[in-house]
Design a protein around this ligand. Structure first.
Ligand SMILES: [Zn+2]
Length: 420
């Protein structure tokens, strides 16, 4: 095993151990609070519901540990068994090294990997979520979702992949700048058309019916100077009893979307406060800032692939032959290996992103409080959502600090209190 292969092996191991350790730490912390509702939540949640939230948290964490172990074993066997260079050799012998063939190779591996994870996705939906009463997905819907996803990958993902590889042929040494630009342009286009073209493939969107709720929410949009043409209700209950709200699209395609489950769970002022929170994200330019980070991420990723594609030791470490130059077939193994390994590095940076994202949540909460005139509707909404979704009320601080994109209920309530 070369030095770099050993480093890659250690990186995979380190991430898995960190994930398992955090999961165990969190589970112990949750179990230590099992017997009675923590002081801060008495009166908000009854004992039976609290116990169910504990069971749900523990069940999810056990499942997550199994997935972590499986992923580590899969990744190690893929990288160190020699199966990838073997498959690459067979593929190029059969189909050549044209751009289309190479895109086909990467695409086939992507499809194969997502097939392997299907049993886990099935178990999560039909066993785990079902046991706690969240699953409402019919098997037919679930299968159709997967088929639609595959169809979208064939119609959108594959052409993009082929175009990125074609860019290597066209532009030479600085290909990664052009490739990153193409991918970012594609992402922006997708953001624009997704609400119109893609999301309706999976869900039905209906305008919020006339009535007091609609009047209240449009009044809020006007009051906060949030240009929206429509507020729509999505049939989230088709798949799950979990609830959510978001806005999507740009310019004239922008719309506010409420899950039907959310509309059913919250009273009107609470829904208004949730929407005010979402508008806060827009007003504070959080969407643009996150987009900026994701654009930077694409550039860094492609720069890394371009650099790795020039390193002989990187290819040798995983059994690939190295050829100098910018032929597509020389870059593809680096792309594949980067795709498999990038997560072992980015994992350690994810807490930084989460710290940032939690700051956005506080800002959006503060915006909602200012817009609503007081903090009560939002606090009530957050409490109800925490209870209905059986969210973990007592995560270990290290665990939530590492993984949570949103502050915990208690943290948000504290920040919302007058004078905070
Ligand atoms: Zn938010």
């Amino acid at each position: 095993m070369s030095l770099f292969a050993a480093i890659a092996f250690l990186l995979i191991l380190a991430r898995s151990i960190a994930e398992l350790w955090l999961s165990q730490l969190n589970a112990r912390h949750v179990r230590a609070h099992t017997n009675e509702v923590p002081l801060a939540f008495r009166g908000m949640i009854d004992n039976a519901t609290y116990r169910r939230s504990v069971d749900y948290t523990l069940a999810k964490s056990r499942f997550g540990e199994v997935v972590t172990l499986f992923d580590a074993v899969l990744l190690i066997s893929l990288l160190f068994s020699g199966v990838l260079p073997w498959a690459f050799g067979k593929f190029t012998a059969a189909f050549g090294t044209s751009v289309l063939a190479m895109a086909g190779f990467l695409f086939a591996i992507g499809v194969a990997l997502s097939m392997v994870s299907l049993p886990f996705a099935w178990y999560a939906q039909f066993k785990l979520e079902d046991r706690f009463g969240f699953n409402t997905t019919a098997l037919k819907t679930w299968v159709l979702d997967r088929l639609k996803g595959l169809l979208l990958a064939v119609l959108l993902g594959f052409p993009l992949l082929a175009l990125v590889l074609k860019v290597i042929e066209w532009t030479g040494p600085n290909w990664w700048i052009w490739a990153a630009t193409v991918v970012i342009a594609f992402q922006l286009l997708l953001l624009l058309i997704a609400p119109v073209v893609i999301m309706p493939l999976f869900n039905r969107f209906t305008p919020l019916p006339d009535g007091s709720l609609r009047e209240r929410l449009f009044a809020l949009a006007r009051r906060t100077d949030f240009p929206t043409r429509s507020i729509e209700v999505m049939d989230g209950s088709k798949r799950s009893r979990h609830s959510n709200a978001f806005f999507t699209g740009f310019g004239r395609f922008r719309k506010i979307v409420l899950f039907d489950t959310l509309v059913a769970q919250l009273a009107e002022p609470e829904l208004e406060s949730v929407l005010a929170h979402e508008i806060g994200h827009y007003k504070k330019r959080h969407v643009m800032k996150l987009l900026g980070v994701s654009i930077a991420g694409v550039f860094i990723g492609f720069a890394a692939v371009a650099w790795l594609a020039r390193q002989q030791w990187f290819y040798r470490a995983f059994g690939f032959e190295y050829h100098a130059g910018f032929a597509v077939a020389n870059v593809v193994p680096a792309m594949l290996l980067f795709g498999l390994l990038a997560g072992t590095i980015s994992f350690w940076f994810s807490p930084l992103l989460h710290i940032w994202s939690r700051r956005f949540e506080y800002e959006a909460d503060a915006f909602a409080r200012a817009t609503m005139g007081n903090e009560q509707p939002l606090i009530q909404a957050l409490r109800k959502l925490t209870e209905k979704n059986l969210s973990n009320l007592t995560p270990h601080p290290l665990y939530s600090g590492f993984y949570y994109s949103h502050p915990t209920l208690l943290e948000r309530e504290r920040a919302l209190q007058p004078g905070a």
